[in-house]
Ligand binder design. Structure first.
Ligand SMILES: *Cc1c(COP(=O)(O)O)cnc(C)c1O
Length: 235
């Protein structure tokens, strides 16, 4: 699929504006993370060239390689995929956001490594909102423990929650609304855990198929791949 990436970004911004207008929201409240997983560096360069600043990847090694191609501060890099303790070392010196904290042991590992280089890493706690076993994220009941653990850390900040809805056909996207609403409700219910380095202002939810519903339900970070870079070829 060869499409003009800048044109895709324009159409996407239009989709975001329309959804915001419908929801009575300001598009400035929403950060668009371009998910470039499995896509070549040339695609990232093209998107960067037309003003896209936030990029997301779902594998630590791939993220590490792509981050290495850009100077510090040029791009904001987001890790959106599953974490593994032994892979955190590949990304911690450069990644700006990690969306997929599902256990306090990941926070401990990030803190350990970020403290050595005096960095602060921005994170989100991923909740399993779809209820499907194969989807990652922690259960809602684990959230207090993770937030309390984070309160004691100096090199990790929590900014909010992330959720991935069930994968449904584009015309059935209303089905995922309760999952996004649940994430927001969970956020509202845990505001009491907010401290200097724990805030719950951000909601990372919404992808190519379900971003309009996510915006209506309060998303502040969209993670969008296919609408920008086209379909991914799985080999
Ligand atoms: C791939 C991926 C996305 C983007 O999905 P699209 O359907 O391509 O928009 C968002 N979030 C995560 C965690 C992903 O792995």
């Amino acid at each position: 699929m060869s499409k003009d990436i800048c044109q895709n970004l324009d159409s996407l911004q239009q989709r975001i504006s329309n959804a915001c207008e419908k929801a009575g929201r300001n598009p400035d409240e929403i950060t668009l993370v371009a998910v470039s997983k499995m896509k070549p560096l040339s695609n990232i360069k093209e998107a960067f060239g037309c003003g896209q600043l936030h990029f997301g990847e779902n594998r630590a090694k791939e993220l590490q390689e792509k981050m290495g191609e850009y100077g510090e501060e040029e791009i904001q890099w987001h890790m959106v995929g599953n974490l593994q303790t032994n892979k955190i070392k590949y990304i911690v010196d450069r990644v700006n956001w990690i969306h997929s904290i599902s256990k306090s042991k990941y926070l401990r590992e990030i803190e350990k490594r970020a403290s050595r280089i005096d960095r602060v890493v921005n994170t989100l706690v991923q909740i399993n909102i779809s209820g499907e076993d194969q989807k990652s994220g922690c259960e809602a009941e684990q959230l207090p423990e993770i937030l309390e653990y984070a309160q004691g850390l100096d090199h990790v900040r929590i900014h909010g929650l992330m959720g991935m809805a069930s994968f449904v056909d584009p015309d059935e996207v209303e089905q995922v609304r309760p999952q996004f609403a649940m994430l927001r409700k969970l956020r509202d219910e845990h505001r009491k855990y907010e401290t200097e380095n724990v805030s719950l202002d951000e909601l990372s939810m919404g992808m190519t198929n379900d971003m309009e519903v996510a915006i209506e339900e309060g998303s502040t970070m969209l993670r969008v791949g296919r609408a920008i870079f086209g379909e991914r070829n799985y080999t």
